[in-house]
Design a binder for this molecule. Structure first.
Ligand SMILES: [Zn+2]
Length: 403
């Protein structure tokens, strides 16, 4: 097992992972998980894009390291508790990864800043993007080491103190520059892939024959797909039985009894899923739902020519044209913050003007004005570009059905 007791050595591993990610055509970000003595437990990099197509908008390096840890623990590995572990990442964690890290309890050492989506986007290490109760947690766990030098990459240390096993406590300027430049070299290209420009008029998958390959693939992920339909973007009480079934399954899977559904732009139910929190506490219903849909599209499009890919994109449109419906609203917890961030990572660009009600919940988790204030305080990607604005479903009968 590799051991690293200098922050510089750990950041160099993260930077090498970031380069590997860039080489694969995805966001150039990587990270490494260290135990309380500096032993390298695992290193990983971004896997959002695979084979030139979006495979999983949630496959950021840090999020994967958190899931890797819990998958190991649930398989019986004797690993130290998260509080003793440190993720060293080449880029400031986005809101999804920050929520995942805080929910799990890891410490973080951050190399390059991210003024667009990073939790420390304003470089103040005050974490005002987080709900107030989580700010102190971030301040005690997120470490921004000093970068010595005279170029714009240099900075003073801020945030939490690094864990005591680190002897060297700063990052070399060239390594910091590498982390920044590798990320910047891919960022807009991958964001464009994720945002998925307009595929032309969308087609109704419910018009396809039942034995069509696309319908079969959809029903393999979710057997009840296309069996419920509402007015576009207006889920009604007919969705309740599907949500309730997934909520019950979520409880059996170790979750709090929540579910997340995805409707397409025609109002067709595509997915309604529980979480998998006995596998990993951050595998919440929304994380499963957005990932399953992206993986379905990726699996169908891989190896197809561009005309076939366009057809698939028209029948299974980008989720920005549809509606995510959460059984329970966002509540200011770290896991909720992860959900807001993962929604942002799914969109990665402005929402269609004709679909402002893209993100809905049935039961409120917090007051709507407090939720909107939280969304407005998010880093620029989420608050200025996507303009995340979750709202309660309009149908009173659906709200009553889950009350
Ligand atoms: Zn992230």
């Amino acid at each position: 097992m590799n051991k690293t007791i200098d922050i510089q050595a750990a950041v160099a591993i993260a930077a090498a992972e970031a380069l590997a990610a860039k080489t694969e055509g995805t966001f150039g970000v990587g990270g490494v998980l260290l135990d309380g003595a500096g032993n390298v437990l695992q290193s990983m990099h971004n896997k959002v894009v695979q084979g030139g197509l979006v495979a999983d908008p949630t496959a950021h390096g840090e999020r994967q390291l958190v899931d890797w840890y819990f998958a190991q623990v649930s398989a019986g590995a004797a690993l130290p508790p998260p509080q003793e572990l440190t993720i060293v990442t080449s880029l400031d964690p986005c809101c999804m990864c920050t929520g995942a890290i805080l929910a799990a309890g890891f410490h973080v050492v951050v190399a390059a800043p991210d003024g667009n989506a990073g939790i420390n986007y304003d470089n103040h290490a005050s974490f005002t993007a987080l709900p107030a109760p989580l700010r102190a947690q971030a301040a005690s766990r997120f470490c921004y080491p000093a970068v010595r030098g005279a170029t714009p990459y240099a900075r003073a240390a801020s945030g939490a103190r690094p864990k005591s096993f680190f002897i060297g406590k700063s990052i070399n300027e060239a390594t910091q520059a590498l982390c920044t430049l590798v990320f910047e070299s891919m960022a807009s290209q991958v964001m464009q892939l994720l945002h998925d420009g307009d595929a032309g008029p969308l087609c109704d998958p419910a018009s396809l024959p039942h034995d069509h390959a696309l319908v079969r693939a959809l029903r393999q992920r979710y057997p009840d797909a296309l069996t419920y339909r509402c007015a576009p973007h207006v889920p009604d009480a007919g969705l309740a039985p599907f949500l309730r079934a997934a909520m019950e399954q979520d409880r059996r899977n170790g979750g709090a009894g929540e579910a997340a559904a995805l409707l397409d732009s025609f109002g067709n139910l595509l997915l309604c899923l529980p979480g998998q929190q006995s596998q990993s506490l951050i595998r919440t219903p929304f994380m499963e739902c957005t990932r399953q849909y992206a993986q379905l599209r990726h699996a169908l499009m891989m190896g197809k020519d561009s005309a076939q890919q366009e057809t698939i994109k028209r029948y299974l449109g980008h989720p920005k044209h549809g509606t995510f419906v959460l059984s329970g609203g966002l509540d200011g917890s770290a896991a909720s913050f992860m959900t807001l961030g993962a929604y942002g990572s799914t969109m990665e660009g402005a929402l269609p003007e004709n679909n402002p009600a893209q993100f809905q919940y049935v039961r409120p988790g917090m007051a709507q004005d407090a939720l909107l204030a939280l969304c407005q305080a998010l880093p620029p990607l989420y608050s200025k570009l996507i303009k995340i604005e979750p709202r309660q479903v309009a149908d009173a009968a659906l709200i009553a059905a889950l009350a």
